[in-house]
Design a protein around this ligand. Sequence first.
Ligand code: DGY
Length: 329
Amino acid sequence: MPNPPRAKVIVTRRLPEPVETRMRELFDVELYDADTPMTREQLADAMARADILVPTLGDRIDQGLLARAGENLRLIANYGAGFDHIDVQTALQRGIMVTNTPGVLTEDTADMAMAMILSVLRRLREGTMLMQQGEWQGWSPTALMGQRVGGKRLGILGMGRIGQAVAQRARAFGLQVHYHNRRRLHESTENALEATYWESLDQMLARVDILSIHCPHTPGTFHLLNARRLKLMKPSAIVINTARGEIVDENALTRMLRSGELAGAGLDVFEHGNDINPRLKGLDNVLLLPHMGSATVEGRVEMGEKVIINIKVFVDGHRPPDQVVPAML
Ligand code: DGY
């Protein structure tokens, strides 16, 4: 008997080489050579032809595109943990399952958040600039004095996997851990992390020296850090964002950084993707990174392995391990 036809998998962006090789072995896969996002028309065409689509961040899969999806499209196996670029509700209504890749980027993202906390408090960006521009005049008792890390209060907004991984690292640096989360952690986890829970985000913001953002971007968290809330923070405080730019009102943050109402920021993500407020770029007290929190070879390959497992399990007729369900929206 001939083998049944294999599911047609279309990938929208170049993926790490070992992931593409494995996909070629396992699926009838159409890979995408370019390291730039597909255009809307290319995405629509892929969705019209695929049984399974593998998109990633930057591919805005909205109601309009889902309406043009082919009958055969049954799974969107996202390469990435965040799925705020996909209209999951509409996908589910159309009988299209969505999966993501949680867990494998936790430690890398937490490392990056910690690195940004250290960099901003200790002014590493300014030190590097001075060296690279050849302007260093030698040691000085008063040059580039930053803030001591140990003893500061760290507020973690969103205490899921990544938030908890940041808390673990923070303790080793002598930071006091505070957190706000939709749900309070179990007492044993709180004790293990020596973390103080704040039911009121506003009250926590007023007391912390560092705010690190680790909640997902949902309609409920859009501009959670708006001008009013940012103004509750101390002028000596810093904001670190490795989650999603939309959670912070970027214009309000920029204004406050410029006026000295906040001391600094470390941003790996931006409200409008790579279209960054030009005024942010000119600030000395800001460290800007190109969304590289999960960018390790190991992490990016493991993300691909998760995509592959989700597809394989789905094709075998079972429930994929990383299915996005309505409760997560
Ligand atoms: C994700 O997977 O959503 C991350 O933001 C990528 O770094």
